[in-house]
Ligand binder design. Structure first.
Ligand code: MN
Length: 260
């Protein structure tokens, strides 16, 4: 069974091919990735445009399918159409730039892995601090971790979100199994500029200020030069709030049933 490899940076991104090289030592790897960059497109899908698939041949013999869509389109199309059998796992990355804290909601890298997990396939998203000078080493680590994930198994509907500091592996302090940081994003995250005709426009800042936060969270782990690994669930239900919500006694006006 093959490994499905994708990303949100486009099929020509170095992080994807670093991972391809590392994974293909022990696996058959099928690349299905967006033809152009789709960073921060989250779990978006293409509804009103056709999806075109082009075969890509890299000079070094690597092959893949370039899709005119978003990361989640790639995974859905691969599972439903392009692959002959379900992949043994779905790996997404390596994204040059961390996907931590609230940014998991915006990340196309994480969304692609999440789509795999939604289908019950073991899945992993891999990101490295920008600029990602140490892609090959990060890929080696990720490929080993992917094999460990296969061996240990993951509950269906859970994926691993992996983030590495951008440094050689022998200068990383260790592994931190961490929770997602929930620090709220800055409200003022846009730079206001003027175009040559003096009209204003807004551009999202590349770097966000980092206020103090708890230890044990993913953001802190990478700051402290650890590799952060967070198990992420597709089930978005807040199980702790279910009972409290039932206690709200919400009624449909005029309904005669007793409710569930
Ligand atoms: Mn990206």
């Amino acid at each position: 069974m093959a490994v499905l490899l994708t990303n949100d940076d486009g099929i020509h991104a170095p992080g994807l091919w670093a991972l391809y090289e590392a994974l293909s030592i022990r696996h058959e790897v099928v690349v299905v990735a967006p033809e152009v960059e789709q960073s921060a497109t989250g779990h978006g899908l293409t509804l009103y445009d056709p999806l075109r698939v082009k075969p890509i041949h890299m000079g070094n013999g690597f092959r893949g399918h370039a899709v005119s869509g978003k990361p989640v389109d790639c995974v859905k199309l691969a599972l439903g159409e392009l692959l002959e059998a379900l992949p043994v796992m779905v790996i997404s990355g390596i994204n040059p730039g961390v996907n931590l804290g609230v940014n998991l909601h915006y990340s196309g890298t994480v969304a692609a892995a999440r789509e795999g997990a939604i289908h019950g396939i073991p899945a992993m998203a891999v990101s490295i601090q920008a600029p990602g000078k140490h892609m090959a080493e990060a890929a080696r680590f990720a490929a080993d971790l992917a094999d460990r994930m296969l061996h240990q198994g993951l509950p269906a509907g859970t994926l691993l979100n992996v983030n590495l500091p951008d440094r050689p592996l022998d200068r990383i302090r260790g592994i931190a199994i961490s929770r997602q940081d929930t620090t709220r994003p800055e409200k003022k995250a846009y730079e206001k500029r003027l175009d040559p005709r003096q009209r204003s426009y807004y551009w999202l800042e590349a770097e966000f200020p980092r206020p103090g936060r708890d230890t044990g969270v993913d953001v802190d782990a990478v700051d402290q030069e650890f590799i952060s690994i967070t198990p992420v669930k597709c089930d978005m239900t807040d199980h702790e709030t279910l009972a409290a919500l039932r206690g709200w006694d919400i009624r449909v006006p005029g309904a005669t049933g007793d409710g569930a």
